[in-house]
Design a protein around this ligand. Structure first.
Ligand code: IPE
Ligand code: IPE
Ligand code: MG
Length: 259
C-alpha cells in the first residue's frame, strides 16, 4: 500500500520519491485518461490571450507522456479538443489547430524514438487539410511503437462515439454480417475508438472542474476519478505521480465485496 500523503504544510515529495513509492506499490494503472483543462485560466492569470495558455500546455503533454513511460503505464488518453470546442471563437479554434500541427511537426520523431504509438480519434472530417495531413503523418511515423499507446482525442464527443458505434452495428446487421441478438457489451465495445486497449483505470481532470464534459462516456464506467486543482500548463510529472499514488490507495470493488 502507498503510505498516506504528507500533510500540505510539509515539503512535498520530489518526483523521484513519488516514482519510488509507485514502484514499491507495484500496481500501476494500465490506462490513464486526462481531461487537460485550465489553459484559458492559466493565461488569464498572466493577462495573456487564451492561446498563450494552450501553447504553454504543450510542455505538460510532454511531461505526462514521459511520466507514463517512466512509470510503466501502457495507455494514455488525452482530451485535446472536444466537438463542443468548435463553438469557441474562430481565432481560438485556429490557434488550437495550428498548435496541433506544430506539436506533431515537433514531436513525432521523438515520440517514435520513445516507442510511443499515436492514435487520433474523433470527427476528423472537420479538420483542415493541413491538420488532417499532420494527423496522418503522426499515425504513420509512430506506427509499431510498443511502449505506450497514446490516444489523442480531437473533435471528439463521447455521445457521438456511441452513436457511431450503434451505426456501425446497424450497418453490419443490414449487410447480414451480424444478428441483433449478437449485439452484446463486447460487440459494442469493439466498435469504439478505443477497442484496441483496456478501459481507463484512472481519469484525471485538471483545473478543479468536476465533470466529464462528454469524454469517454462508455469507457469510464469503472475508472477511478482524480480531480486536480492544478491548471493544465502547470501539470508536471510530480503531479502525475501524485495522481498515480492516490490511485494506488483506492479500493476498487467493481460492485463486489472485498474480503
Ligand atoms: C483546455 O483548456 C483546453 C481545451 C479545451 C482546448 P481551456 O481552454 O478549456 O481552459 P479554461 O477551462 O477556459 O481555463
Ligand atoms: C473539456 O474541457 C475539453 C477538453 C479538455 C479538450 P472544456 O473546457 O471544453 O469543458 P467545459 O466547457 O468546461 O465543460
Ligand atoms: Mg476548460
Amino acid at each position: 500500500m502507498c503510505p498516506p500523503p504528507p500533510p500540505p504544510s510539509i515539503v512535498t515529495d520530489t518526483e523521484s520519491d513519488l516514482l519510488a513509492r509507485i514502484r514499491v506499490h507495484g500496481a500501476v494503472p494500465r490506462h490513464i485518461a486526462i481531461i487537460m483543462d485550465g489553459n484559458g485560466r492559466w493565461a488569464r492569470e498572466r493577462h495573456m490571450p487564451r492561446p498563450f495558455g494552450h501553447r504553454s500546455g504543450m510542455k505538460a503533454v510532454r511531461a505526462v507522456i514521459e511520466g507514463c513511460l517512466e512509470a510503466g503505464v501502457e495507455w494514455l488518453s488525452l482530451f485535446a479538443f472536444s466537438q463542443e470546442n468548435w463553438q469557441r471563437p474562430e481565432t481560438e479554434v485556429s490557434a488550437l489547430m495550428a498548435l496541433l500541427e506544430e506539436y506533431i511537426a515537433r514531436e513525432a520523431a521523438e515520440l517514435r524514438q520513445q516507442g510511443v504509438q499515436v492514435y487520433v480519434h474523433g470527427d476528423l472530417d472537420r479538420l483542415s487539410a493541413a491538420a488532417a495531413s499532420a494527423v496522418e503523418r503522426v499515425r504513420r511515423e509512430t506506427a509499431g511503437g510498443e511502449r505506450l499507446g497514446l490516444n489523442l482525442f480531437i473533435s471528439y464527443g463521447g455521445r457521438a462515439e456511441l452513436v457511431r458505434a450503434a451505426r456501425l452495428l446497424a450497418d453490419e446487421v443490414q449487410q447480414g454480417g451480424l444478428t441483433p441478438d449478437a449485439i452484446d457489451e463486447q460487440a459494442f465495445r469493439a466498435r469504439l475508438y478505443t477497442a484496441e486497449g483496456p478501459d481507463p483505470d484512472l481519469l484525471i481532470r485538471t483545473s478543479g472542474e468536476q465533470r466529464l464534459s462528454n469524454f469517454l462516456l462508455w469507457q469510464v464506467a469503472y475508472s477511478e476519478l482524480y480531480i486536480s486543482n492544478v491548471l493544465w500548463p502547470d501539470f508536471d510529472r510530480a503531479a502525475l505521480y501524485e495522481a498515480i499514488c492516490d490511485f494506488q490507495r483506492r479500493d476498487r470493488r467493481f460492485g463486489r465485496v472485498n474480503t
